[in-house]
Design a protein around this ligand. Structure first.
Ligand code: S3P
Ligand code: PEP
Length: 453
């Protein structure tokens, strides 16, 4: 098995990710046989952007080792810089870019923040802006302007923060920071995104009274991401607790500076591990953390249900396909972020699948239920939208152009289909720069390790 030879991405990883007019869709490589590859991955988006926020709110500098360098993290870095934080790249440059030194400064505001396509920026930064001493205007790419923000806007207002918006509860809006937030008790409905909970908890130690936050609503998606927030706070000396399911308490107090290693992004491991199953080969991901709050860890239990075997050797995880792909009935309530690659896998299975618990992914980068159904069906598939998921009946698929909807995980889902179906090309593959700018190179290198049949 060969290690992948990483080389830098060919395109500007931080720019507008729209495919330039006239650019041709990216031909997704078909697998010539079982893949046998080791794929090393850059840092976790969710960990990097949490640590950047906490480092900006901390009382002393922090060092982020092996952070993610992508459009989402760059939008976060620029947002925090413009609010008064100093963030510099150190001389220590790893496989995927430099470490980051974050030196907190007085939060000044009087700025604008471009959230790009990043849910973590549009949700996590407004509470920080409320702690700044001036107005901060938030906006995003056109395609991200419709993502739900109402819960965050009304939460901050309930905490006494003045926000100007156009009344629709979405971007753009302006947070009029006064340098302090009272905090206290708050009940919100976070059914449409766990990021509302994380956003408020991340800043809450800097509120005068901390925060006791309760979720009241039908469902709460992506619970591991809330656990990640609590763990990140706790590692920085903040007292956090969850007195009962759906309620969290953050005590007021200092947030410590920290030197922290960012784990590889396990959700971005999904398409590569799925490729092992589709091709009946083996893919190994090195530096897999022994313990983690990343939801990608659930892949180790989920992928065997599709018929794969998983083995762990120290910090290396290997997924091996058998040549058969089984259909599944899967509840992905905790791991909606993993839905696109798993739906693509299900479309290539030998029997039908139902994937549920993911109604809220209609509010991700695009309506992912509609987008997955549309794209698979236009290649000849039979995917039906359910209220909270998808029913997938595998059918023989044919080639065509797969639309990405400015959604990195839609683009990578199309690449998975392209492993098995000749003639699939991906519109706007560059949108993968949101969290994995190296995707095309890593994918092509992995495919070059296919053993010809
Ligand atoms: O807090 C985070 O880092 C995230 C939380 C989840 O959001 P939702 O709860 O909106 O699914 C996840 O899907 C997203 O990719 C990242
Ligand atoms: C939903 C996602 O991203 P965001 O952080 O923008 O919500 C995702 O990465 O799948």
């Amino acid at each position: 098995m060969l290690e992948s030879q990483y080389s830098a991405p060919e395109f500007d990883i931080y720019g507008d990710r729209s495919q330039p007019a006239g650019d041709k869709p990216w031909p997704a490589p078909i697998a010539s046989g079982p893949i046998e590859a080791v794929v090393s991955l850059p840092g976790s988006k969710s960990l990097t952007n949490r640590e950047l926020v906490l480092a900006a709110l901390a009382e002393s500098p922090s060092l982020l080792r092996a952070p993610l360098h992508s459009r989402d993290s760059q939008n976060m870095i620029e947002a925090l810089r413009s609010l008064g934080t100093t963030i510099t790249e150190t001389d220590a440059t790893g496989e995927f870019g430099a470490d980051l030194l974050v030196t907190p400064g007085e939060l000044t505001g009087s700025t604008t923040v471009d959230c790009g396509l990043a849910g973590t920026v549009m949700r996590f930064v407004p509470p920080v802006a409320a702690l700044a001493l001036g107005p901060t205007t938030f906006d995003a790419d056109d395609s991200a302007r419709g993502r739900p923000m109402k819960t965050l806007i009304s939460s901050l207002r309930a905490l006494g923060v003045d926000i100007n918006d156009d009344g629709r509860g979405s971007l753009p809006f302006t947070v009029h920071g006064t340098g302090r937030v009272g905090g206290g008790e708050l009940t919100i409905d976070a059914s449409s995104s766990s990021q509302f909970v994380s956003a408020l908890l991340l800043a809450a130690a800097r509120f005068d009274d901390g925060l006791t936050l309760t979720h009241s609503g039908e469902r709460l998606p992506s619970l591991p991401h809330i656990d990640m927030t609590l763990a990140a706070l706790s590692a920085r000396g903040v007292t956090v607790s969850s007195p009962q399911p759906g309620t969290w308490r953050v005590e007021p107090g200092p947030i410590a500076g920290l030197d922290v290693d960012i784990e590889p992004d396990l959700s971005n491991a999904a398409p590569f591990l799925v490729a092992a199953i589709v091709t009946g080969g083996s893919v190994t991901i090195p530096r897999w953390p022994a313990e983690t709050t990343q939801v990608g860890a659930e892949l180790l239990e989920i992928l065997p249900r599709f018929g794969a075997t998983v083995s762990v050797d120290g910090d290396r995880v290997t997924v091996t396909g058998t040549g058969r792909i089984l259909g599944v009935d899967l509840d992905l309530t905790t791991a909606g972020e993993l839905a696109p690659p798993l739906v693509a896998l299900a479309a290539l299975a030998e029997s039908p699948s139902t994937i549920t618990g993911i109604g809220h992914i209609r509010h991700h980068e695009t309506d992912r239920l509609a987008a997955l159904a549309t794209e698979i069906n236009q290649l000849g598939g039979e995917v039906t939208e359910l209220d909270d998921g998808l029913s997938i009946v595998p059918k023989p698929l044919t080639g065509g152009v797969w639309s990405s909807y400015h959604d990195h995980r839609m683009a990578t889902a199309g690449a998975i289909i392209g492993l098995a179906v000749d003639g699939v090309s991906i519109e706007n593959i560059a949108t993968t720069a949101k969290t994995l700018p190296q995707f095309p190179e890593l994918w092509t290198t992995m495919l070059s390790k296919a053993v010809s049949a």
